[in-house]
Design a protein around this ligand. Structure first.
Ligand code: IMP
Length: 468
């Protein structure tokens, strides 16, 4: 008997070591093109799991010329037979999930592999109302002239992300996906929660602007929850147990990061961040898996920078050049449609993020967007109050005080500039890229100190260079 109890865990350990999965993590402020990498790698894994964020994320994936925009459902769903798991660390807007299921199903995608953690928190209508009201309040009552040390709106996606995570940490008034399946205990809880939320929202919005009474009526909310439960009950289960079983049986998991490292609530440009743990360190907690289940960490960055919402961005561009990059890179939010701020590549930030995540490989996305520019700048250090530094200050106020120090390179591809007229979008091997583009990639690899594994030269899955 004793040998049996000893042998079983030993076998599980061996399987786990072999199965160590892959994390795909954004190294900038989001929208790096993680969805495309996840889509490429999903077929080499046995399941895809999300561990953070909510419907604030937006992954757009192009498959056979068709564009799919996903916010909550992991893009692994586009691969038949690969379970798409939404872990406990995600905040779930059930209305959005139902909408995505309906849209995907209408386009012939089978969503039966979608599994949502019973411990994931539910974004309730009052979370969205509070998100909106807080941003408005910050705009009116804040002190915009005082920099990030003062109060000003975060520029959130208004998807209720911050208020939902705040409720999770406050505990008593939070609702989890599993609660939707227990209507008998949900209604009394809603009867206690709704008056509290009404009082809080009323105080935030001020007299005359309070939410209408029916928006916080416990019976109306219970009916909404019942509709959500009816649509999603078959998808809700203990995803940590599912993932642990998969890992113990030698399966490989692809962990799909949402948002990105510089938006991480602890390690990003606080307070201009989102409310979840977006770096690889968020995986064990947000998916309910051991750290040993992550073997490869792919850090994804664009060949330039982009940011949506408020907060410092040292390399931000403006004017005609910004418009050109924004248009060519289709830099308009997948979630909100807002035009994204764009800038030169900030290698100081990317290296910081790569180190923090323990990145074992880099994916450089949207390289084609830079083709045809006469010259390209790359930020390789900052000039700050303490002089020149190559350290990234992961604090909004401190980052606001630095100025970028650039290395300037000749442009490449696309007709004008140093590398000749090669069209980058048709390159499928490094050798097919113009020399200027290769020099740009070499600079990134050298500065960050991590090998490049993928280069993306267009939105389609096929427009990718994989480096063995
Ligand atoms: P929230 O996550 O909606 O609270 O927004 C907080 C900040 O993070 C805002 O500046 C958003 O624009 C930004 N943000 C959140 N998720 C993403 C994303 O997936 N891509 C880009 N920016 C994001």
């Amino acid at each position: 008997m004793p040998t049996m109890t000893l042998l079983a865990p030993a076998r599980a350990d061996a399987a786990r070591a072999l199965a160590a999965g892959t994390a795909v993590i954004g190294l900038q402020w989001g929208d790096e093109g993680k969805g495309k990498i996840v889509h490429l790698l999903a077929e080499r894994h046995d399941a895809v799991a999300r561990f953070n964020g909510g419907a604030n994320a937006g992954h757009s994936v192009v498959v056979n010329g068709e564009r799919f925009a996903l916010h909550l459902i992991p893009s692994g769903i586009l691969h038949k037979g690969v379970p798409a798991i939404v872990g406990n660390g995600v905040v779930v807007d059930p209305e959005q999930v139902l909408k995505e299921i309906a849209t995907l199903s209408a386009r012939g995608i089978d969503c039966s592999g979608l599994v949502i953690s019973d411990r994931a928190h539910v974004v309730m209508p009052w979370h969205k109302a509070e998100d909106e009201a807080r941003e408005k309040w910050l705009l009116q009552a804040g002190s915009p002239g005082t920099g990030t040390g003062g109060l000003r709106p975060i520029g959130t996606t208004k998807r209720g992300i911050g208020p939902c995570y705040a409720d999770k940490v406050q505990r008593a008034t939070a609702i989890r996906m599993g609660d939707l399946l227990r209507p008998e205990t949900l209604l009394p809880r809603l009867q206690a929660i709704c008056p509290l939320k009404a009082a809080l929202l009323g105080a935030l919005t001020g007299p005359g602007a309070e939410p209408p009474a029916e928006a916080l009526d416990p019976h109306a909310i219970a009916a909404l929850c019942a509709r959500w439960a009816a649509g999603l009950h078959g998808h809700i289960r203990d995803t940590s147990a599912l993932l642990l079983d998969l890992i113990d049986s030698g399966k490989r998991i692809l962990f799909e990061g949402a948002n990105a490292t510089l938006l991480d609530v602890d390690h990003g440009t606080y307070p201009f961040v989102t409310s979840s743990a977006c770096a690889a360190s968020g995986i064990p907690g947000g998916a309910g898996v051991p750290m040993s289940s992550i073997g490869t960490v792919l850090g994804v960055c664009k060949a330039y920078s982009s940011r949506v919402g408020g907060g410092p961005m040292p390399t931000e561009l403006s004017g005609e050049l910004a418009d050109k990059v924004r248009t060519r890179g289709r830099e308009f939010g997948t979630t909100t449609g807002r035009p994204r701020r764009v800038g030169w590549l900030d290698l100081v930030g990317v290296r910081y993020a790569a180190r923090l995540n323990g990145a074992t490989g880099l994916c450089v996305m949207l390289l084609d967007v830079l083709a045809g520019l006469d010259e390209i700048k790359v930020c390789i250090a900052y000039d700050g109050p303490g002089g020149r530094t190559e350290r990234f200050p992961p604090d909004g106020a401190a980052l606001e005080q630095v100025r970028p120090i650039y290395q300037t390179m000749r442009g490449f591809g696309g007709g004008s500039g140093g590398g000749g007229g090669a069209d980058l979008t048709t390159a499928r091997r490094l050798g097919e890229l113009p020399p200027g583009a290769r020099a740009y990639l070499e600079l990134i690899e050298r500065f960050v100190g991590v090998p490049i594994r993928f280069v993306s030269v267009g939105p389609d899955r096929a427009q990718t260079i994989e480096i063995e």
